[in-house]
Ligand binder design. Structure first.
Ligand code: PEP
Ligand code: MN
Length: 353
């Protein structure tokens, strides 16, 4: 169900929350022009603080039924417990999704999975709020074990502390690793909850498509400025259509022999460089062990902050001259340094010095 058609991503759009029948119907009608594949709307809203709009609840279910009847669009809502699953099924909702806060809680996911036993409805599992890949995989597995055969993962970003340009940090390496571990699970990007604003929506969507994501989930509202939840990140269906039109859809591969030959030529060089780097890293770690022996023998602490700082600062300067970003250098060298410390802690043979 979630696969691309003619390189076009699977498109899910609709409001953060169903607020009125009129708002749901207007938004859905306008989205038909954008040719979306699935209409989303929250009904039970997991809000961070109490006392704000927490969704319309069950009274909004017939509105979604009407969306389907009048526009032909399939519908999806978030479910967080067994009762909500039951109600969604009773109203003919086509696809369910498990929200980020629920994915973070195995009790909730299991309750939802139990309610889905024997009901093979497509389910989308958002990443948990915390950057924990195992928890995300665990939630997908619980739904699989209930017998659900059509499952997609939604990347909506991860909570972090402090200021950031994103509402939820994308940490792209986590969905990339999910893709490696579960290649059969379609991967969708919820650019709205990653961004938290309108200005970055296109960039994040394009980034996801460049990583070969299968689809997008984007919040759209007929009057976004007056939305009762997530107003800052919602866009009108007309803006949404413009955004989709601006996206550059990529193919996963081609059989063009010139292109493939060129790729092969460059990739061989890359493989050789990777091998050289690995050989050098192996040598470097051997030297770390040597130093480790001497530190142990002389009862000197392994971590030498001054030296570590010098290595890092020097590498940042040298990296800059070679067009390598500071962030990359510090990630790379931190990994090397951690491994070096581990080797020194476990060093044997210091007595033979
Ligand atoms: C939503 O999609 O409106 C929502 C609440 O999402 P998340 O679970 O990603 O916060
Ligand atoms: Mn929302």
């Amino acid at each position: 169900m979630f696969q691309k058609k003619h390189n076009r991503p699977f498109l899910i759009a609709g409001p953060c929350s169903a607020e009125t029948e009129e708002q749901v119907m207007t938004t859905a009608r306008e989205l038909v022009a954008a040719n979306i594949d699935l209409f989303r709307s929250g009904i039970w809203k997991p809000r961070t603080r109490p006392g704000v709009f927490e969704g319309k609840g069950s009274i909004a279910l017939p509105w979604l039924k009407r969306v389907k009847e009048e526009t032909g669009l399939k519908t999806t809502i978030e479910v967080a417990n067994a009762k909500q699953v039951e109600k969604a099924l009773a109203f003919g909702i086509d696809v369910l999704w498990i929200g980020a806060r629920s994915t973070a809680n195995p009790f909730s996911v299991q309750e939802i999975a139990d309610a889905l036993q024997g009901v093979d409805i497509p389910v989308m599992v958002k990443n948990p709020t915390n950057p924990d890949l195992e928890l995300w995989i665990g939630a997908i597995e619980r739904v699989q074990k209930a017998g659900v055969t059509t499952i997609a993962a939604i990347h909506r970003g991860f909570s972090s502390y402090g200021k950031s340009m994103y509402r939820n940090e994308p940490y792209w390496e986590i969905p990339i690793e999910l893709r490696r571990r579960m290649p059969g699970i379609p991967l969708l990007c919820d650019n709205s909850h990653i961004c938290g604003n309108r200005t970055e929506l296109l960039n994040v969507a394009q980034y996801a498509l460049d990583l070969n994501y299968d689809g997008l989930m984007t919040e759209t509202h007929c009057d976004p400025d007056h939305a009762l939840s997530d107003a800052a990140q919602q866009i009108t269906p007309a803006t949404y259509k413009l955004l989709i039109d601006k996206l550059d859809f990529k193919r996963e591969m081609t059989d063009d022999s010139d292109f493939l030959e060129y790729m092969d030529f460059v990739r061989k060089q890359i493989d050789e460089i990777d091998l050289e780097v690995l050989n050098l890293l192996g040598k470097r770690m051997k030297l770390s062990e040597e130093i480790g022996k001497h530190k142990k023998h002389n009862r000197i602490s392994i971590l030498q902050v001054k030296r570590w700082n010098e290595i890092l600062e020097k590498a940042k300067d040298m990296g800059r001259e070679r067009g390598l970003s500071e962030g990359f250098i510090s990630h790379y060298l931190s990994a090397v340094h951690q491994e070096s410390i581990k080797r020194q802690v476990g060093v044997k043979g210091a007595d033979e010095i």
